[in-house]
Design a protein around this ligand. Structure first.
Ligand SMILES: *Cc1c(COP(=O)(O)O)cnc(C)c1O
Length: 367
């Protein structure tokens, strides 16, 4: 029997009765877009993150796109301005910048944490730089003190990509409340996953929140009146109802992920394998447990032969993608090394200790 990378069906089965009940409530309400479920979820999620506002949107990419678009509408940024982003992120963080006619400026990650290297940000700042977009990759928060300090010094906005870090802390604040605005994804495989697409923006900035709300609803702040040339990006009632159920269990899910991660950290003993590093236990929600080895492809094949499914997040760095041909000749050696050497092990709230032990045994026998 194969140990799956992620058993999504099993994960949602835990909450089957409550999900069906919530679904039925929406069906019977006769109201499917912009109703009470979305409003309640926005309040509950804002409270969870510790922010004044949360705005439901259609997906995580839209959350980031709308934050930048709102800053443009508010006159904070203009076409051609620059946004600093890690070179090893998922492509969506970068797409959000280019879709707004802004210029992504790539900064290398730290080889140990895989997070943007805050010591390399300042050298990339120019008169056109308007924001830093740190990505709490794999579920661990970036060095937000240093990043916010740099932003303050150079008058930049800080936009968190929290698509992988629901609930992660930096000191006493949670992901989503660590900068000026934050984008979340509720893609089914994320730590807080809907049963379809979903996303949210969190912020404490009222003007920004109102602008994003209008932009996602055709640019309309008032029925049939359009302030902006907006888009349609809304969190529908069914997904909001699913998320309200799952938000209540998020911390419990994270706790289970921490147990698995701690087991991996304490028991994987193989000189060919480098384990992930973390600053503090509650800084990391272990969306992914990513190891590093110079024998990555061999290890992945070996594990698959032994019945363990693994994935690579991500095999091709953004600057090597055909979509960004303009970066073809640029070099980001640390990011490239990470992309060549990383492997994501199975981890989830429904993974049994037996499976985890099994995976560790196989890893320790790998030569
Ligand atoms: C998943 C993800 C996104 C995009 O979210 P979607 O809901 O799939 O659009 C953005 N950034 C990161 C880091 C992600 O992992």
């Amino acid at each position: 029997m194969m140990i799956p990378f992620l058993d999504l069906k099993g994960l949602n089965a835990q909450y089957r009765d409550e999900l069906i009940e919530a679904c039925t409530r929406v069906i019977d309400s006769g109201w499917y877009i912009q109703g009470n479920e979305c409003k309640e979820f926005e309040e509950e999620f804002a409270q969870y993150c510790g922010t004044k506002y949360a705005i439901g949107v259609a997906n995580g990419l839209d959350a980031l796109i709308l934050i930048l678009r709102a800053y443009k509408e508010l006159g904070v940024m203009n076409d051609g301005d620059e946004v600093i982003v890690p070179s090893n992120t998922y492509i969506a963080s970068i797409l959000a910048i280019s879709q707004n006619n802004l210029v992504p400026i790539l900064v290398e990650p730290d080889i140990n944490t895989y997070l943007i290297d805050q010591t390399k940000i300042e050298e990339k700042i120019t008169s056109k730089t308007k924001a830093i977009l740190p990505v709490h990759l794999y579920g661990q928060t970036c060095e937000m003190d240093a990043i916010n300090e740099i932003a303050k010094k150079h008058n930049l906005k800080v936009i968190e990509d929290s698509a992988q870090s629901h609930g992660a802390y930096f000191q006493d604040k949670r992901s989503g409340n660590l900068g000026d605005a934050s984008g979340f994804s509720f893609y089914p495989g994320k730590n807080l996953g809907a049963l379809g697409d979903g996303g949210a923006v969190t912020t404490n900035d009222e003007a920004l929140a109102n602008t994003i709300k209008a932009l996602g609803n055709y640019g309309s702040h008032k029925k049939y009146e359009n302030l902006y040339k907006g888009v349609n990006s809304r969190l529908d009632e069914i997904q909001a109802a699913m998320l309200r159920v799952k938000l209540r269990y998020l911390d419990k899910e994270v706790e289970k992920r921490r147990e698995i991660a701690n087991y991996y950290l304490q028991n994987i003993k193989n000189e060919n394998i480098i384990l992930p590093t973390l600053r503090a236990e509650d800084n990391h929600v272990w969306h992914l447990f990513v190891i590093r080895t110079s024998k990555r492809d061999e290890l992945q094949k070996y594990l698959l032969d032994k019945g363990v499914q693994t994935l690579i997040h991500y095999p091709i760095p953004p600057h090597k993608q055909d979509a960004y041909k303009e970066w073809k000749n640029e070099s980001y050696p640390i990011g490239e090394q990470i992309h060549d050497e990383i492997l994501s092990l199975p981890i989830s709230g429904v993974q049994s200790l037996e499976d985890t032990k099994n995976i560790v045994e196989k890893l320790n026998e790998f030569i």
